[in-house]
Design a protein around this ligand. Structure first.
Ligand code: DX5
Ligand code: ZN
Length: 223
């Protein structure tokens, strides 16, 4: 099993983004997590295409794009064009989720669906075979630096059961309040991709924090 560390650039220094991108390039991180917020689906606005294109220009690792926006179908082809490798949409923002998943794939990207803390995993039953990734939100989306919601552990276990015998390659990603303190418990519950913003960028040595996170997942696996 490969475990993925995806630093969230939402917590990076936007005045010196290239510096933080280079730090991630040279670290043990696996993906760049890119949070796009529209001020409608979530009560915050982050950034859009020009910033994503700038990230892509310097990043040497895949872009894991998390769309916290309404009507994502309008923008998916353009996110693919500016460099997304994976695109994750919110279950709660998609009336025709099956169609949206197909659109992500036909745009050349891996497809993910994110679930807000109140949305049960069981609602994905009829699309689970079509997905590459499910992102379990462990905070209410919109901001970095929030406290981890404990019900996430139960949801990871529910998702593990849902994919059994159906789509066992699916990546179970956790986003929000992930830290050096809870990453081992998240691995034990069954998660294999970890987004972290504040827990990485608010430390004195983000490269070292990423390395510690990575080694905690690896050492958990070898036990
Ligand atoms: C929140 C975003 C997260 C956020 C995580 O809506 O989806 O990706 O950047 O930040 P931390 O790790 O600080 O909770
Ligand atoms: Zn995110």
């Amino acid at each position: 099993m490969k475990y993925i560390i995806a630093p969230s650039i939402l917590s990076a220094d936007f005045g010196n983004l290239q510096h933080d991108i280079e730090m991630i390039n040279q670290s043990d991180a696996d993906w760049f997590h890119v949070d796009v917020m529209d001020g409608v689906f979530v009560p915050n606005i982050s950034f859009g295409f020009p910033v994503m294109a700038a990230v892509k220009k310097h990043a040497t690792k895949p872009l894991d794009v998390h769309l916290m926006i309404v009507e994502p179908d309008k923008f998916i082809p353009e996110f693919a064009e500016v460099g997304a490798d994976r695109i994750t949409v919110h279950y709660e923002a998609c009336t025709h989720l099956h169609r949206t998943i197909q659109l992500i794939k036909s745009s050349g990207c891996k497809a993910g669906v994110a679930l807000n803390p109140h949305t049960p995993v069981s609602l994905l039953q009829d699309v689970i075979e079509d997905l590459d990734l499910v992102l379990i939100m462990s905070v209410n989306p919109g901001f970095g630096g929030q406290a981890f919601i404990y019900n996430t552990y139960k949801k990871i276990k529910d998702l593990k059961l849902l994919i059994q015998g159906v789509n066992e390659e699916l990546i179970i990603e956790v986003d929000g309040g992930v830290s050096l303190q809870n990453i081992v418990t998240l691995v034990s519950a069954g998660a294999n991709a970890f987004v972290a913003g504040n827990a990485i960028f608010a430390t004195d040595n983000p490269t070292e924090t990423i390395a510690k996170m990575k080694s905690l997942t690896v050492s958990n696996f070898t036990i």
